[in-house]
Design a protein around this ligand. Structure first.
Ligand code: NIG
Ligand code: FE
Length: 420
């Protein structure tokens, strides 16, 4: 059965090349007024002007979904999250309100290591159940695909447990997950005096096991003072590349470490955070194939200055936006909130924010050919939003107004009046 979505006041197709959009290309959202979308078997058959879409041979028999003058756009692709954890970190939150920094809390045994205790103590079933619950929250906010990292297990058994939870949630619910192995997130407490031993475990035990069980597409590293150095990161990337894992990096987040040249040499698909870039990094990122993924929800939550989004885009870089959803630096799963922060705090335009949250998020996951825009042949992931004008998305803040979310052609979330 085909579905024909009609009467969108504004349809944002994001139509364009099957790659990340750079610099000025990020201004184009493929806006169609009075647009329509025809979907069949989980894929887009046609999207654009209603008359053209209705001319398709399958349109006459399709079930009509009339959206009554609202905005329709591709599902958000959230390309950086840490969604597998056992509970919030309220003690850390209170310590920070009293003036402690993220780094102080981490070195006092809070931070990532306290979430590691929680994950190690949780069963695979418990982690999977909580992840499936969180998946529902992403779908309600219009996100149809997320990247999900391990990194709170920090030993073989628990890293595998996290990745198996991600796989189970992916296989049993509508939200699509792309898994990333983040064994190099922190040194576990029991190995804090044995860096070399831990890095060898990551390289010799964890990466081969993750690769053998095909549990991850990407490898990520927290390259940061007090966590992993540039040399260690490069070494881990080399081993991971041989095992077929593509690199991503947490780069230039809390302090400057000058890791961008190494990340680009290693072929990083994305470099994420980027709070402490200098001019030479901007020049490199402006011509690189690497997506510059900004996660300003973490800057908001940690009360830190924002990365230079405007300068990156003006220099020609491809910028993606992601939530960084995690219990330490960004307990927010709503991409629309991240777009609002991006516009008000980093001076991105609404158009740039939408491109960054859809097609460029897809490119940050290597999914630019199949996800992130409403074009024939692409997966039918789309959102109807309670607005007449797409600029209302980053304008109103504090509450998402998603009317329905369609994933692979199926309505997986809807407000009551749209339930079919
Ligand atoms: O992206 N920087 C490293 N990882 C996360 C925070 C993880 C945590 O605090 O639990 C981040 O900010
Ligand atoms: Fe992160």
């Amino acid at each position: 059965m085909s579905d024909l979505i009609v009467n969108a006041s504004q349809l944002l197709t994001m139509a364009g090349p099957d790659r990340a959009r750079h610099g000025q290309e990020m201004r184009s959202v493929g806006l169609v007024r009075e647009g329509a979308v025809l979907i069949d078997d989980g894929k887009i058959l046609a999207a654009g002007l209603r008359d053209l879409v209705q001319a398709h041979e399958l349109a006459a028999k399709a079930r009509i979904i009339d959206v009554g003058g609202k905005v329709v756009f591709p599902g958000f692709v959230d390309s950086h999250t840490h969604p597998v954890f056992a509970g919030p970190r309220l003690k850390d939150f209170e310590s920070r309100l009293q003036g402690k920094t993220y780094a102080d809390i981490a070195s006092d045994g809070g931070g990532i290591l306290s979430t590691v205790d929680g994950v190690r103590g949780a069963t695979l079933n418990a982690l999977t159940d909580s992840l499936r619950f969180r998946a529902g929250r992403f779908l309600e906010c219009g996100t149809t695909t997320i990247e999900a990292k391990s990194g709170y297990g920090l030993d073989l058994i628990n890293e595998l447990k996290m990745l198996r939870a991600i796989k189970a949630a992916d296989e049993t619910g509508p939200l699509e997950f792309v898994a990333t192995f983040l064994g190099a997130h922190a040194l576990p407490g029991e190995m804090k005096h044995d860096r070399e031993g831990y890095i060898r475990r990551v390289c010799e035990e964890m990466i081969p096991a993750v690769s053998q069980e095909k549990l991850a597409t990407f490898v990520d590293i927290f390259c940061e003072k007090g966590f992993f150095t540039i040399e260690e990161s490069q070494r881990i990337f080399e081993v991971a590349a041989r095992a077929g894992l593509k690199p991503k990096i947490h780069a230039e987040q809390l302090t400057r470490s000058a890791s961008i040249p190494m990340a680009l040499r290693s072929g990083a698909v994305s470099a994420d955070h980027l709070d402490c870039l200098d001019d030479s990094d901007l020049a490199l990122l402006s011509i690189a194939g690497t997506v510059a993924t900004l996660v300003p929800g973490s800057n908001y939550f940690l009360n830190k200055s924002y990365p230079p989004a405007r300068r990156l885009i003006d220099a020609g870089a491809a910028v993606a936006l992601a939530t960084d959803f995690n219990p330490g630096s960004c307990p927010c799963w709503d991409m629309r909130m991240i777009m609002s922060i991006a516009c008000t705090q980093m001076r991105m335009t609404p158009e740039e924010a939408l491109v960054a949250a859809t097609i460029n998020g897809a490119a940050a996951l290597g999914l630019q050919k199949s996800h992130g825009s409403l074009e024939p042949g692409k997966v039918a992931d789309l959102v109807c939003y309670e607005a007449e004008d797409y600029r209302e998305l980053p304008y109103y803040f504090g509450a998402s107004q998603v009317v329905w979310t369609i994933k692979r052609g199926v309505m997986v979330h809807s407000r009551h009046e749209y339930r079919l």
